[in-house]
Design a protein. Structure first.
Length: 128
């Protein structure tokens, strides 16, 4: 019997985004995805044009390590880094998390929709 392959990080993030889309208006939670350089350099390469685009995006502010999702609620910013279970943040992601800590911006590594639901509950509980 085949062992099922682990869920991809992108699949986890899609599930999270679908749930956030469903609850965002009801609970006044805004969010957006923050694309990163791995989208451009994974899989098939596009050669010089792909790396030229990556260089341009970095000049425009694309920063390695920035969390996958930004959430906002009542004027406050929150970050969520999506990982597969068992996967650890990269050095650049740990540096971004340290920057968030320094700036007082909440940051959480999430491994599933369940983790995000917990994070959103914590965010909403600050209203009480």
């Amino acid at each position: 019997m085949r062992t099922p392959s682990p869920q991809r990080e992108s699949d986890i993030q899609e599930e999270i985004v679908a749930w956030l889309s469903a609850i965002s208006r009801r609970y006044h939670i805004g969010f957006h995805s923050i694309p990163n350089e791995s989208i451009l350099i994974s899989g098939r390469t596009g050669g010089k044009r792909q790396y030229a685009l990556l260089a341009k995006l970095k000049r425009m502010g694309l920063t390695p390590g920035v969390a996958d999702l930004a959430l906002f609620h009542r004027g406050r910013l929150y970050y969520a880094e999506v990982k597969r279970p068992g996967q650890l943040p990269s050095q650049a992601q740990r540096e971004f998390q340290a920057w968030c800590d320094f700036c007082g911006v909440p940051y959480r590594v999430v491994y599933s929709l369940r983790d995000v639901r917990s994070y959103v509950r914590d965010i909403l509980s600050q209203d009480a």
